[in-house]
Design a protein around this ligand. Structure first.
Ligand SMILES: Cc1ncc(COP(=O)(O)O)c(C=O)c1O
Length: 387
């Protein structure tokens, strides 16, 4: 899709007041606050104030969040659990897996967010064997490495769509095909991709997907979601559970565990109602803005960014082929804390992981924002690892 590089932000940037003060180019950490999300929080407080305890309405909001997520990732509503984090959804999944029947192995890519590695290692206490798939020095993980790791003893393969450390996008389709050939299930962590590029659980053919709304979906902390393919739902009985995972939430029976027949069984306690108001608003806003248009827009911005970093002679850590990366671009630094601080002094908000500066453009960023980053980098060449 060909778009003029500033057409999209010209249309929507006014909805994100932070840009009156700062160049915010850090959506891999958290999306910028919009008028829509601020209004949603105000509506939550108004509803609380007006109705006292509008629980029925709040349960409706929980289902509205489920619908919203289902529409976003092309799932059915009964395949979606509304969670408080990626960790909560994945822990519920792990608690329901048995690691028996000859399949005790969990294959974990080295691109995973800490929570994913930690949850699967916790299952070693329950009989799981965790095998890591190492990345190359450049952060990519060739398919052959998954081919070597996934076998007939593999219960599950945990992969991440886009790595939070270096922006590498994994060959998700390749890994899923390999895993399915060998009878293993696949969990995809889509937190660093959802909202910045189209994520479709049917097209991906993943078995489970976990993500949250804090980043490119423009929501806030406290709301995540977990997708479980329909035919798998009733084969997994989470033992990490709670009353909102029960078949009938309002039955209030303390003598029984009867999980919901839908993916709601991966939920737990009281839903994060304020974050749900905000999350629905963020998802709707992102859909209104256009995720495909955003992907094309960010690709153009990142081409400018990478060309600028090249001109400075600095090292881009993220793959150059657009299909092998997400929205995040990382630049190697000699002292990344000082570099992030220098950018902040120049009014530019970024973040870091390892020794790399993370620059993550989204729908609202402009070519001028990219120039602002590059100007600070040019003034701080000693903080860049030069090629
Ligand atoms: C890829 C990825 N997964 C998971 C998380 C966070 O997980 P949780 O919602 O459990 O805090 C992040 C957040 O930074 C992330 O980048």
């Amino acid at each position: 899709m060909a778009v003029s590089v500033d057409a999209l932000p010209a249309r929507i940037r006014h909805r994100f007041p932070i840009f009156d003060r700062l160049v915010y180019i850090n959506s891999c950490s958290q999306g910028a606050l919009s008028d829509a999300v601020r209004d949603a929080y105000a509506r939550y407080l108004d509803d609380w104030d007006e109705h006292g305890a509008p629980w029925e309405y709040w349960v409706e909001q929980l289902d509205a969040a489920r619908r919203s997520v289902a529409g976003l990732v092309n799932a059915a509503e009964d395949e979606v659990a509304v969670t408080t984090s990626v960790s909560a959804g994945v822990s519920a999944l792990a608690s329901g897996l048995g690691f028996d029947g000859g399949r005790d192995k969990v294959v974990v890519s080295d691109s995973e967010f800490p929570t994913i590695g930690q949850i699967w290692h916790a299952q070693e206490r329950r009989g799981a064997r965790v095998v890591h798939v190492p990345a190359e020095a450049d952060g990519t993980i060739p398919l052959e490495r998954f081919d070597a790791a996934i076998d007939e003893e593999t219960a599950l393969v945990a992969i991440t769509h886009v790595c939070f450390r270096n922006g590498v996008r994994l060959d998700v389709a390749g890994v899923i095909e390999l895993a399915h050939e060998r009878g293993a299930l696949v969990l995809l962590d889509a937190y660093q991709s959802v909202g910045s590029l189209p994520v479709d659980v049917r097209a991906l053919d993943c078995d489970f997907l976990a993500a949250g709304v804090l980043k490119y979906l423009l929501g806030s902390a406290g709301l995540g979601f977990f997708y479980c393919r329909r035919d798998l739902v009733e084969r997994i009985e989470p033992t990490a559970t709670g009353w909102f995972a029960d078949r009938n939430i309002f039955e209030m029976d303390i003598h029984d565990y009867s999980p919901a027949t839908t993916a709601r069984r991966f939920e737990a306690g009281t839903p994060p109602i304020p974050a749900i108001y905000a999350g629905i608003a963020g998802i709707e806003l992102m859909q209104e803005i256009g995720i495909e248009e955003t992907e094309a827009h960010v690709r153009e911005l990142n081409a400018l960014l990478i060309a600028g970093v090249d001109e400075l002679g600095a090292r881009v850590v993220t793959p150059r082929v657009p299909e092998q990366r997400g929205a995040l671009v990382c630049v190697a630094s000699t002292d990344v804390d000082r570099l992030v601080a220098a950018l902040a002094e120049g009014g530019v908000v970024t973040s870091s992981r390892d020794d790399n500066l993370r620059i993550s453009a989204h729908c609202y960023n402009t070519a001028e924002d990219v120039s602002a980053v590059l100007e600070v980098l040019a003034r701080n060449r000693s903080l860049l690892r030069l090629d």
